[in-house]
Design a protein around this ligand. Structure first.
Ligand code: GDP
Length: 299
């Protein structure tokens, strides 16, 4: 992205004067790591997380064998890249969605405007197309009157049934009733679109906690707007403390956000990002690949 100078370029700049000198001094490594830290902060990584991350990279960089085929800049970048991938979940299973339930119940939580309702539909569309699942969307947001209609319209577009009840119904009841409806309709994935508010408040959290306890979802995914950067970390922490998240959907990654929030969230809460949303269209969602995000953060 043009507004940032890529880390690759910056490190090349720093190491340019060292060509032919053979060995890296600690000072060289330190100035490279300063650039790494700045790049992380520009990518919206939280200050403390950036500092911790750089410390880990430093340990590895100082102990690393000098590889003849790589320039010093490439070598530092490769260590940073590998470390980013590892912190973001590596190639393990932690970033994968659990779809083993019968039915699988996926509950989406998040603040208003984060892209929750859109993500519910995108996820249904994705699971229908990729896994041959039969999803049911459940409109459990009783605070934003338009949310129910929005979900119905989206459901129609992707040919996925939507379960709803009249405004004023109890969101916990709606979710519980939807389980019977899913059985009648032979749906094997239930996606609950719960209420979003502008700010986290106790009543909202209590409602999500109640739904979680009654319905026992396999996945509780926080939908968070990547553009909100540092704020997303605080939101993730609050939701995780209250409802124990199993994962995240990071939205609006089609914008300028570099996705550093994913690194902060993973470090601070251990909650893995499971999906990234990259646009308003209903197919603009993809599973999370640590490697791709690492590339994006490095620029
Ligand atoms: P909710 O209040 O959390 O349910 O949010 P909505 O699903 O209604 O989304 C809020 C706005 O963000 C809508 O205009 C969506 O079209 C838009 N939106 C959602 N996800 C994305 C995304 O990944 N990229 C972009 N650019 N816009 C998105």
């Amino acid at each position: 992205m043009a507004m940032f100078e890529s880390l690759t370029k910056r490190l090349e700049g720093i190491f340019q004067n060292l060509e032919g000198r053979g060995r890296l001094t600690e000072e060289d490594v330190n100035s490279a790591l300063r650039e790494v830290r700045i790049a992380l902060i520009e990518a919206d990584v939280n200050l403390k997380v950036a500092r911790q991350f750089v410390d880990r990279v430093k340990e590895k960089a100082i102990g690393a064998d000098v590889m003849g085929s790589l320039s010093p800049a490439q070598q530092v970048l490769s260590i940073v890249h590998d470390e980013l991938v590892e912190v973001l979940g590596g190639t393990g299973e932690s970033n994968k969605l659990d779809t083993n339930g019968n039915p699988t119940i996926i509950m989406l939580v998040g603040l208003q405007g984060s892209g929750k309702t859109t993500s519910a539909a995108k996820l249904a569309n994705y699971l229908r197309k990729q896994n041959g699942s039969r999803p049911l969307l459940v409109a459990a947001d009783m605070y934003r009157p338009a949310a129910v209609n929005q979900l119905k319209t989206l459901g129609k577009q992707i040919q996925v049934p939507v379960y709803s009840e009249p405004m004023g119904s109890d969101p916990v009841d709606i979710c519980v009733h939807s389980l019977d409806y899913a059985r009648e309709q032979a749906c094997n994935v239930i996606i609950l679109d719960t209420a979003g508010r502008l700010n986290i408040d106790e009543r909202m959290m209590q409602e999500v906690v109640n739904i979680r306890e009654r319905v026992r979802p396999h996945e509780v995914l926080l939908v968070a707007d990547a553009m909100t950067g540092q704020e997303a970390v605080r939101v993730a922490k609050d939701f995780n403390d209250a409802v124990s998240l199993t994962g995240m959907v990071l939205t609006k990654m089609d914008g300028d956000a570099r996705g550093g929030a994913a690194l902060s969230i993973r470090t601070v809460t251990s909650v893995p990002v499971k999906f990234m949303a990259l646009g308003e269209k209903l197919d603009a969602i993809q599973p999370f690949y640590p490697d791709r995000l690492a590339q994006r953060i490095l620029g």
